[in-house]
Design a protein around this ligand. Sequence first.
Ligand code: DX5
Ligand code: ZN
Length: 212
Amino acid sequence: MADIKIAPSILASDFSRLGQEIRAVVDGGADLIHIDVMDGHFTPNITIGPPVVAALRQHCSVPMDVHLMITNPDDYVEAFANAGADIISFHVEAAQHPHRTISKIKELGCRAGIVLNPGTSQDDIEFLVDAADMVLVMTVNPGFGGQTFVPEMLRKIKLVRAMLGDRDLEVDGGIDDQTAREVIAAGANVLVAGSYVFRSESYADAIERLRG
Ligand code: DX5
Ligand code: ZN
């Protein structure tokens, strides 16, 4: 199976020092930086957009894993690709034509991820999964950091792993040293963690504990 990668989510970091925070978690061993983009429509929260991602690019020496929690993601994939995103993931619940959105992300030179909310079945991506580079299984409902892991998602992770072969299966929400063991055993290999990393004394120790 694909190697375990840790993707700290900057949503839980000090937003007044985003550049330094990114450099600190990368120094601590982060494999990717997870950037949560929220538009206040798809999620009950608003975070950052392309100008901030572009400003952070110079501080980030690992791939930028951009998670679009926005309606009509098609309208923004180009702006995020131009801002420096390496991976662009969008919610299948928000896209009018998800198969075309995947193609557009790849044409822009980025890897394409498709995201499933907790209530969305893996059956909904049966005719999308082969075109995608990664599947992101949400283990909380999108909008905020620090929420509790939804254990029912372990069954979905197993089913998605069976659909993905050895491509990346990312999980996102409520991941700590306990749930990390469970999701890895179920088949996840890319772990997003916001509060567990950024609330810890040592970013490096937290990342190591997640990697197990
Ligand atoms: C939630 C975001 C997650 C969140 C994870 O909408 O997509 O990436 O930041 O935060 P924790 O790890 O604190 O649950
Ligand atoms: Zn996220």
